[in-house]
Ligand binder design. Structure first.
Ligand SMILES: [Fe+2]
Ligand SMILES: [Fe+2]
Length: 481
């Protein structure tokens, strides 16, 4: 019989769990990885999360399907958070200068370039959710298996969190690809997905733990440099995207209308916010060279705005209303993305969000939600308000310092917004919309579901956005400053 190992003789005091719960003594006696190797791998994980954040953000605007837009907004934000924690962790590991902007391997760069350039939504989904994220998950698992859980406990903590959220993303991705990608498409994409596999292999996998190659196949979709598509697109449920036939703010701030009907109008305003991710994705994508904190904060705000849209969706469903009958416009994001610079668009966003802070803004919406007697409305508006307070802070941190003072920053946004004042007549003349008044139909639907009689005054509401912008300044007043 071999002599007992020292481990077998070692007993924790009074049977207490050892090592603060990190792992067993036996696990901690394995040497694991040295700092240099940890940093090398963590930098590759960091690079991969950063590229996924870039790709997901860049594809939000022109992706027509609402569920994918909001899904990409969520996952881009999660990736941004993991980039942030990895940067912090790498900075703790004797690593100045950090070299966090360096490309770890040219084949890995090509791999992500190919996905960024994927010409269809289906290929994009396959590249991200069937190839890149599984490879990233596998690299995280390998790291957690290889490193010493006592010596490298801070990295383990960061990566366990990443593992959990990458798992959530993969789960969503599996369901999305199963719903959208046909077997025939799978077959047709094979040459390209094979290329992705070859590029990953040439890079020695995501983490560089496999041998790297000196040669790899040429670029396919990324042979041409990536061109961002700033034109917002929507799926067929958004059936009248230029409609500016119902002035939600006029209704909301008119004290003659009841809170319950106003709640419905607020749900429209929330769902309409899907245009904010479309314009913020553009600002983020076309504003290079900022400190990482900028991208993290802007991605958080972008994700909040996608959530606000989904709150509108949920509220409509809860009230028994088919939201596709409320005509959700893309006019605002379209015009900001095509007629304003990214800085001007950021100015407009900041100017609007500043305007939401006084008593007539988010607090008012929350109070109306409470008065509506619909508990869900109060919850939705309460969190919407809290998020907007955060967004005003994000604007103060990243937008305002580009100017000498707050007044200049606000004026810049006000002027930019005046640039894209009402195109109500233009879109009508072009035949893009008749500005149909969808409000009575939606209001009646909600009344029917609640077994209530419609209020004739509410039913008769017919103010449009002709000559107005959403803060109720009329066209001439805004233009004169
Ligand atoms: Fe919002
Ligand atoms: Fe906001």
């Amino acid at each position: 019989m071999p002599p007992p190992t020292p481990l077998a003789n070692y007993q924790p005091y009074r049977n207490l769990p050892p090592l603060a719960g990190l792992c067993t003594i036996e696990e901690a006696t394995k040497p694991g990885l040295l700092v240099e190797e940890c940093v090398r791998r963590l930098k590759r994980l960091h690079y991969s999360f950063q590229r996924l954040h870039q790709i997901l953000t860049a594809r939000i605007t022109a992706e027509p399907i609402y569920e994918l837009k909001t899904g990409f907004a969520h996952h881009a934000y999660l990736c941004a958070e993991h980039v942030t924690t990895l940067r912090t962790r790498i900075g703790e590991m004797r690593e100045p200068p950090l070299g966090l902007e360096e490309v770890p391997h040219p084949a890995l760069e090509m791999f992500f370039d190919e996905i960024l350039n994927a010409p269809t939504t289906e290929e994009l989904l396959q590249g991200i959710y069937e190839i890149a994220l599984p490879a990233l998950a596998s690299a995280i698992n390998t790291y957690l298996a290889d490193t010493n859980r006592l010596t490298d406990a801070p990295s383990v903590r960061v990566l366990r969190w990443a593992q959990l959220e990458v798992g959530d993303m993969l789960d969503w991705g599996r369901r999305a690809t199963a719903a959208l990608i046909t077997p025939a498409q799978h077959t047709a994409f094979q040459p390209w997905t094979k290329l992705l596999g070859q590029l990953l292999a040439a890079a020695g996998k995501v983490d560089g733990t496999a041998p790297v190659a000196n040669e790899w196949p040429p670029r396919h979709y990324s042979a041409q440099p990536y061109v961002y598509d700033p034109i917002p697109k929507r799926d067929e449920r958004f059936s009248d995207p230029w409609n500016q036939g119902v002035n939600a703010e006029s209704f909301l701030y008119n004290e003659n209308y009841p809170a319950r009907a106003k709640a419905l109008m607020m749900l429209y305003k929330r769902l309409r916010e899907i245009d904010v991710p479309e314009m913020m994705a553009r600002i983020i994508t076309q504003t290079p060279g900022q400190p990482w904190g900028y991208y993290r904060d802007m991605s958080r705000q972008l994700w909040d705005e996608a959530r606000h849209a989904m709150m509108g969706e949920v509220g409509f469903v809860a009230l028994g209303v088919d939201w596709t009958k409320a005509k959700i416009t893309l006019n605002w994001s379209y015009r900001l993305n095509t007629e304003c610079t990214p800085k001007e668009a950021h100015g407009v966003l900041y100017f609007i969000e500043q305007g939401l802070m006084p008593r007539t803004g988010k607090r008012y919406e929350f109070e109306v939600a409470q008065q509506s007697g619909i508990p869900l409305m109060a919850t939705l508006q309460d969190f919407d308000w809290a998020d907007e307070v955060l967004h005003a802070q994000i604007g103060r941190q990243w937008y305002v310092p580009q100017f000498r003072n707050l007044q200049e920053a606000l004026h810049y946004g006000d002027v930019a917004w005046s640039k894209i004042l009402s195109n109500w007549a233009t879109v009508k003349e072009k035949g893009l919309t008749q500005h149909e008044n969808w409000w009575p139909a939606v209001y009646e639907m909600a009344c029917r579901a609640a077994h209530e009689e419609p209020d004739p005054a509410v039913l008769a509401f017919c103010e449009t956005y002709e000559g107005k912008r959403a803060d109720l300044k009329d066209v001439t007043e805004a233009l004169s400053g």
